[in-house]
Design a protein around this ligand. Structure first.
Ligand SMILES: [Zn+2]
Length: 348
């Protein structure tokens, strides 16, 4: 994974030891004295088990079986280049040690880990990114699948009616967060996961100046949108604003429902709602086109109470139908229609 190496190394959780001619830092979380391989990342070493990593990753399996070093340009890692004093092979890797730890915590959970299957846990953003990036690099399918399944809870949805938990992303209450969508765009492209790409780009449209600042990882590195994706978001924001205004006008415009109990009152109510919405431009212009205005306003708009039950039901149906249609068009709106096959058939 070219360009993913991160220069910063947190030395707080390593133990300084000497394992040979060069001075090395032994990781205190993943150093098993009976381990069968030493993974050296910069000046930090992990002593773990070849068999476990080989079981998860054909790349590690092949790497550990290489008879001699090959050109770095030909392979992800290198064959063992040296042996420790007790003949344990040492393999050099170019990844960030912190990222490798996330992988090891999943593959070799220690006694302090949460192993109770009845306890749910929210992984950190750095964990999600590391599992997907390194899991992809080392072809650890099950690791990537777990991380992607978690992301889909927040950033994708199997169908419009079971909408993603975007309202929680906006409140940023411990969910991966809205700005993490920038990183999700990169991850979706890395692993070719179209169900995440269009929603992640859509969420980027609701960012302010953070959209150009990028997403800052805990280790100080940064994921930024490409200029092409920035352009897509700028174009989409304009389109989304148009669609929202159009949606509001069509949802609250006459005629009233066929079964309307009080046509004159309801027609007046529609006009009053449209008039009252002039004072709620922030709601109308909000880039989250999937936030239902009738539902969001609820009884907050007094004129909403004046509609009869039939008209109220009709308004909600108009709103849902229009938003469902926009959801169907999301890849096109976000300018990634060519990258997202099967969206229409699977998502609506
Ligand atoms: Zn009515």
């Amino acid at each position: 994974m070219e360009g993913y190496e991160r220069p910063r190394i947190n030395g707080d959780d390593v133990e300084h030891v000497n394992t040979g001619a060069a001075s090395k830092n032994r990781d205190d979380e993943f150093w098993f004295d009976d381990g069968s391989v030493v993974l050296a990342l910069g000046d930090i070493e992990f002593r773990v088990y070849k068999g476990v990593l080989s079981d998860y990753s054909p790349v590690f399996r092949d790497m550990f079986s290489l008879p001699k070093p090959t050109s770095p340009s030909d392979t992800i890692g290198e064959a063992p280049t040296e042996l420790t004093a007790d003949s344990c092979p040492v393999v050099q890797l170019s990844d960030h040690p912190g990222d490798l730890k996330h992988i090891l915590r999943m593959c070799i959970p220690k006694s302090g880990s949460i192993l109770n299957p009845f306890v749910t846990n929210r992984p950190s953003r750095s964990t999600i990114s590391a599992l997907i990036r390194l899991g992809h690099k080392y072809q650890m399918g099950v690791v990537v699948d777990h991380a992607v399944a978690y992301l889909k809870i927040w950033y994708a949805a199997p169908a419009f009616d079971t909408s993603p938990k975007w309202h929680l992303l906006y409140s940023d209450d411990g969910a991966p967060g809205k700005t993490y969508a920038i990183e999700v765009v990169q991850l979706a492209r890395l692993i070719h996961e179209p169900s995440l790409l269009a929603p992640a780009l859509f969420l980027c449209c609701s960012l302010g100046e953070e959209i150009v600042q990028g997403y800052k990882h805990d280790d100080g590195s940064c994921s930024a949108l490409s200029l092409e994706d920035l352009g897509r978001c700028i174009a989409a924001r304009s389109r989304l604003a148009d669609e929202t205004v159009s949606l509001v006008l069509s949802v609250f415009s006459p005629p009233v429902a066929k079964a309307c109990a009080t046509p004159e009152t309801c027609e007046t109510a529609f006009q009053d709602i449209l008039s009252a919405l002039k004072g709620h431009a922030d709601l109308i212009a909000h880039p989250d086109i999937f936030r239902s205005i009738p539902v969001h306003l609820g009884s907050g708009l007094s004129a909403m109470k004046l509609q009869c039950a039939s008209c109220s039901k009709m308004v909600k149906k108009r709103d849902a139908d229009k938003r469902r249609e926009l959801w169907r068009l999301l890849p096109e709106i976000m300018g990634v229609r060519d990258e997202v096959d099967g969206w229409t058939q699977e998502r609506v």
